[in-house]
Design a protein around this ligand. Structure first.
Ligand code: NDP
Length: 296
C-alpha cells in the first residue's frame, strides 16, 4: 500500500482564503480590521523564519500585522510591559510571543501576561481550562490543525482509536482534548509509555508530536491507518547542509499507512492558517460578534 499524501499546503491555502474572505466581511460590515501583534526576542534563526512567515500570512489574509523585535538581553519586565501595552491596544486582537525565550525570561509568566481574549496561540492556562471543560474559546493552533487534517481524511472521527504520542501543554494534551470532543477513543503516549510500537498499532489515527527525528517506524503502524506528523527536526543532509524531517520515518510509514502528512508541507502550513483563523475569532469575540463560520 502507498499512503495518500495529505497536502497541508493545499488545505492551508483553502483555509487561508476562507479566512481572508471572512476578514473582508468583518472589515466592511463592522469596520473592524483584525490585527495580530508578533513579538520576537533576540535573533534565533528558526524563530526568525517562523515569525517572517506568520507576519507575511497575516498581511495576505487582509489583517493588520504588527511586529516588535526586542534585543536578546531584554529584561523580563520590559517584555511584560510591551505585552501590557498590546493588551490595552484595542486595535490589536491577537498577541503572539515567539518561543523559545532567552533564559532570563520566564516563559510561563509571559504566556500568563497575555489576556486570554488575545491569546491566539491558545497557551494561557485559562484557555486550556476552557478547552478541557468543553467551553467556547480559542483552540491552540497546532492541535486544531491536526484535527482539521484528520477530518479531511475521515470526515467524522467518532469512534476511531486515536493515539497521540507526546503530552506537552502546547500540542499533545490539547490535541487529546480536541479528539475527545470529536468522540474519538484517545490514548496519550509519552516517554514512559511501555511498548510504544504496540500502543501505536492500536491507532486508526496516530499523531506524532515528540521532537525525535523519524522515531515512528513502519511496523508501528496498523495497515491503512492515518498518520499525522507534527514533528519539526533539523538533521544533517550531508556536505554541511541540513534538512527538516518529522517524527515519522516517512518513506517506510507511507508504505503501510492509508494517509500521511509530509514534513515539510503538512501540519506546519496548517498551523499558520489556524493562527489566522484564531486572530479573526479573537477579533469577533472582542467585538461581540459571533465566531466566524470558517474551518468547521
Ligand atoms: P515537547 O518536547 O514539549 O514534548 C515532547 C513530548 O514527547 C513529551 O510529552 C515527551 O514525553 C514525549 N517523548 C519524548 N521522547 C519520547 C519517546 N522516546 N517516546 C515517547 N514519547 C516521547 O515538544 P512539543 O510538544 O512542543 O513539540 C513536539 C514536536 O512538534 C517538536 O518536533 C516540535 O518542533 C514540533 N512542533 C511543530 C509545530 C508545527 O507547527 N508543525 C508546532 C509545535 C511543535 P514526556 O512528557 O514523558 O517527557
Amino acid at each position: 500500500m502507498t499512503a495518500r499524501i495529505i497536502d497541508g499546503t493545499d488545505i492551508a491555502a483553502g483555509l487561508s482564503q476562507a479566512v481572508a474572505d471572512a476578514v473582508k466581511h468583518v472589515t466592511e460590515d463592522h469596520r473592524i480590521e483584525p490585527g495580530l501583534a508578533v513579538v520576537l526576542v533576540g535573533d534565533n534563526p528558526a524563530s526568525e523564519i517562523y515569525v517572517r512567515s506568520k507576519t507575511a500570512k497575516t498581511a495576505a489574509v487582509n489583517m493588520r500585522s504588527l511586529f516588535y523585535r526586542l534585543p536578546v538581553a531584554v529584561p523580563e519586565d520590559e517584555l511584560l510591559e510591551q505585552i501590557e501595552r498590546l493588551n490595552q491596544d484595542a486595535t490589536v486582537h491577537g498577541i503572539l510571543v515567539q518561543l523559545p525565550l532567552p533564559p532570563q525570561i520566564d516563559s510561563r509568566k509571559v504566556i500568563e501576561a497575555i489576556i486570554p481574549l488575545k491569546d491566539v496561540d491558545g497557551f494561557h492556562p485559562l484557555t486550556a481550562g476552557l478547552l478541557s471543560t468543553g467551553l467556547p474559546g480559542i483552540v491552540p493552533c497546532t492541535p486544531l490543525a491536526c484535527i482539521m487534517l484528520a477530518k479531511k481524511v475521515h470526515g467524522s472521527l467518532a469512534g476511531l482509536e486515536a493515539v497521540v504520542i507526546g503530552r506537552s501543554n502546547i500540542v499533545g494534551k490539547p490535541l487529546a482534548q480536541l479528539l475527545l470532543m470529536e468522540n474519538a477513543t484517545v490514548t496519550i503516549a509519552h516517554s514512559k509509555t511501555r511498548d510504544l510500537p504496540e500502543v501505536c498499532r492500536r491507532g486508526d489515527i496516530v499523531f506524532a508530536a515528540v521532537g525525535r527525528a523519524e522515531m515512528v517506524r513502519g511496523d508501528w503502524i496498523k495497515p491503512g491507518a492515518t498518520v499525522i506528523d507534527v514533528g519539526i527536526n533539523r538533521v544533517s543532509a550531508g556536505q554541511g547542509k541540513t534538512k527538516i524531517v518529522g517524527d515519522v520515518a516517512y518513506t517506510q510509514v507511507a508504505e503501510i499507512a492509508g494517509a500521511i502528512t509530509p514534513v515539510p508541507g503538512g501540519v506546519g502550513p496548517m498551523t499558520i492558517a489556524c493562527l489566522m483563523l484564531n486572530t479573526l475569532k479573537a477579533a469577533c469575540m472582542q467585538n461581540g460578534l459571533p465566531p466566524p463560520n470558517v474551518g468547521a
